[in-house]
Every structure is written in structure tokens, then in C-alpha cells.
Ligand binder design. Structure first.
Ligand code: ATP
Length: 242
């Protein structure tokens, strides 16, 4: 992994405010993710979920408040520095290159030199066998679920300490989503701190350790997934279950 301390939560947001061009989108967000934990950040459209992930990845700056990585203040750190420190954001839309083959998409992630190409391929194809059988195929011709697996595999090739996932379930069938979240749970068991943003919550709550609901830039509720699945909460905050 990286030099991040695991005694502290690997990722912590403390009273974070942020916005775009004078419009405040996050109004004091507090959130912690420990090593080995999956935290689900849920909430309706436009609540500020993606903005929260961008802050954690250094892709957007807070106007006030603090972001800590492994107990260290990440103020002023840019996305590239945080990526080298072990923070990996898999954006909505997956961030893969459709015209490149599966193998080329993976090998691009080895340029930073943390892991050898052969090692990345071996790990990927043993964890995601279907990607092995499709290694020469353009990524754009994979099914949606396979593309999301490739996005996960690219993230894992950087050996992350903190994995940030945005709308993994987007456009995928419930069975495929369940399979992907089983893989995410396995990744967390390996000691990675995982923060998952989802608008439709049912699948992620089956594997999450903790859930938080963001509404209009404020955490309205935090607790166990069991409580989050409570009917009243789901219908009010979480939209139609997927
Ligand atoms: P969604 O599920 O729709 O992606 P979200 O909860 O992830 O929603 P964000 O994408 O964080 O929400 O957006 C929060 C608010 O900030 C929205 O009102 C959005 O229009 C606005 N916003 C997001 N990105 C920008 C940007 N680059 N410039 C201006 N406003 C933005």
C-alpha cells in the first residue's frame, strides 16, 4: 500500500464546505472511512455526492473545512499527489478508453511504475477472469458490467488505499450490480477504505458497513445499512430501489 497511517480513518472529511462559482453545494459535511470499510454515500440527484468524491480525490477544493488522508491534512494537495498517495477515483461513466483493448487500458495504469505490467495483468485476470478472455478486445465492445469491472481493475492496478466509486450501478442490471458489489466487498476486505456514491441504494447497502444520506449538501442521516433500508428512509431519501 502507501505510507498512509491506518491508525486513523484513511479518509476523513471534517466540516467541509464547497461549491462552484459562488454557489455553495456542500454545507459542512463530516464523513469517515476506515481501512477495510465500505461507506455508502446516498442521496438524491444534485445533493453533492460527486462533489464530495471530487474533494476526497483532490479534484475540487473545499472553501472551508478539512480533508484528512491517513490522519494527514490533505489541504492544497492536487489530484496527482493524492493519486500517488493511494487515492483512486473511479468516476461515473467509468473513465476507460473504449478504442483501446482491455490489456492496453490496464497497461496504461502501470506507467506510474508502482506495479509491473505482468503483475497487473496476472492479478486482474485472476480476480476478473472474464477480462482475461477479452484482453485483446476493444473496451468499448465489452458489456456494461465488464466495462465497470475493467474500471475497477484499472483502479486496483494503482494499489489504492482509498477507493472512491461514483454510481457503479449506472445503467446495469441488478444481478450485474450485485456481482460488482461482491467484488467491492472483497476489495475492502483486503484493507482498502471504500467510499461509494449511489443514488439507488439497495445493492450497495447489502455490502456496506456504514451509510450516510446527503440531501442538499448536508448529511441528513448516518447509521447502519439495516436502518438505511428502513422503508420510510428509503422512500423519502433514496429514490426507487434498483
Ligand atoms: P448526481 O447524482 O446528479 O450526479 P450529485 O449528488 O452527485 O448528483 P453533484 O454532481 O455533486 O451532485 O452536484 C451538486 C450540485 O453542484 C448540483 O446542483 C450541480 O448542478 C452542481 N455542480 C456540479 N458540478 C458543477 C460544476 N462543475 N459547475 C457548476 N455547478 C456544478
Amino acid at each position: 500500500m502507501t505510507g498512509l497511517s491506518t491508525d486513523e480513518p484513511l479518509l476523513e472529511l471534517r466540516d467541509v464546505h464547497a461549491g462552484y462559482g459562488g454557489i455553495t453545494v456542500l454545507h459542512g459535511v463530516d464523513l469517515k472511512v476506515a481501512a477495510g470499510q465500505v461507506v455508502a454515500l446516498l442521496g438524491p440527484n444534485g445533493a453533492g455526492k460527486t462533489t464530495t468524491l471530487k474533494l476526497a480525490a483532490g479534484a475540487h477544493a473545499a472553501s472551508s473545512g478539512r480533508v484528512f488522508l491517513g490522519g494527514r491534512d490533505a489541504a492544497g494537495a492536487r489530484a496527482g499527489q493524492l493519486a500517488r498517495a493511494g487515492v483512486c477515483l473511479i468516476p461515473e461513466g467509468r473513465g476507460i478508453f473504449p478504442n483501446l483493448s482491455v490489456r492496453e487500458n490496464l497497461l496504461m495504469m502501470t506507467f506510474a511504475g508502482r506495479r509491473a505490467q505482468a503483475e497487473v495483468e496476472e492479478h486482474t485476470y485472476s480476480r476478473f477472469p472474464v477480462l482475461g478472455t477479452r484482453r485483446a478486445q476493444p473496451a468499448g465492445t465489452l458489456s456494461g458490467g465488464e466495462q465497470q469491472m475493467l474500471a475497477l481493475a484499472r483502479g486496483l492496478a494503482t494499489d489504492p488505499a482509498v477507493l472512491l466509486l461514483d454510481e457503479l450501478s449506472m445503467g446495469l442490471a441488478p444481478l450485474v450490480v450485485a456481482e460488482l458489489y461482491a467484488l467491492v466487498a472483497e476489495i475492502a476486505r483486503g484493507g482498502v477504505a471504500v467510499l461509494v456514491v449511489e443514488q439507488f441504494a439497495t445493492a450497495v447497502l447489502k455490502i456496506a458497513d456504514h451509510a450516510a444520506v446527503l440531501v442538499r449538501g448536508r448529511i441528513q442521516w448516518q447509521g447502519t445499512p439495516d436502518h438505511a433500508l428502513h422503508a420510510e428512509l428509503s422512500s423519502y431519501y433514496l429514490g426507487t430501489p434498483s
